[in-house]
Ligand binder design. Structure first.
Ligand code: NAG
Length: 198
């Protein structure tokens, strides 16, 4: 008896909720519509990027930080690139700790460790330059941001090339190269957004 009463009550409140939802078109809360504006902004900016889908996928979580600021979007893109490098770095260190690596793989992994360190440092410099764009030397800082970003891209390439010179690439090499591909695409997107800042 008790159970059936509760059950009726639940059904009744459920129907009430449905009825209310249908009768009153609830305005979306300001937070939600604001977020929509911001994610649409990111979608538009990413539309023409080389890796457009990746651009949006990696950047929309930053919508509330980005708002509709070109500069914030660039900062977020560089941050996302740094995270990509750090995750590739983890993969590289994990492989480097494996036993039974070939001499060539060991050497390539060793070079990659410093390439990853350099790439993170260049990307941090990129973000610092972007933060100085509001000053009088804007053109200079903008050029710096592009230069540092490109340098980070070269660091990633140089790690990748360490595995490319061999006739037959190892399983380790294949793994590293595929994890670097996404990192390069993140950096490339960041550079695209920086190039189109103004
Ligand atoms: C790469 O990973 C190692 C090991 O976790 C860490 O010590 C090093 O600081 C990392 N380097 C970068 C650039 O994140």
């Amino acid at each position: 008896m008790e159970m059936s009463y509760n059950f009726t009550k639940v059904i009744f409140s459920f129907l009430t909720i449905i009825a209310l939802a249908q009768s009153a078109p609830t305005p979306s809360p300001p937070q939600a519509s604001n977020t929509n504006t911001n994610t649409n902004y990111i979608r538009n900016k990413c539309r023409t990027a080389t890796y457009s889908k990746l651009c949006y996928q990696t950047l929309y979580p930053y919508a509330s930080f980005v708002q509709t600021s070109n500069l914030n979007l660039c900062n977020a893109a560089v941050t996302v690139a740094i995270q990509g490098v750090r995750s590739a770095n983890k993969t590289i260190f994990n492989f480097a700790n494996q036993k039974g690596l070939s001499k060539m793989d060991m050497a390539a992994l060793r070079d990659c460790k410093s390439d990853m360190r350099d790439a993170v440092s260049e990307l941090k410099k990129t973000n610092s330059a972007l933060k100085r764009l509001k000053g009088r030397d804007r053109q200079f800082q903008w050029a710096n941001a592009k230069t540092y970003g490109s340098a980070a891209e070269s660091d990633i390439e140089s790690c990748r090339d360490g595995f490319a010179e061999k006739k037959k690439i190892s399983a380790v090499g294949l793994n590293i190269r595929s994890s670097l591909l996404l990192v390069e695409q993140r950096i490339s997107n960041a550079l695209y957004l920086i190039n189109h800042l103004y």
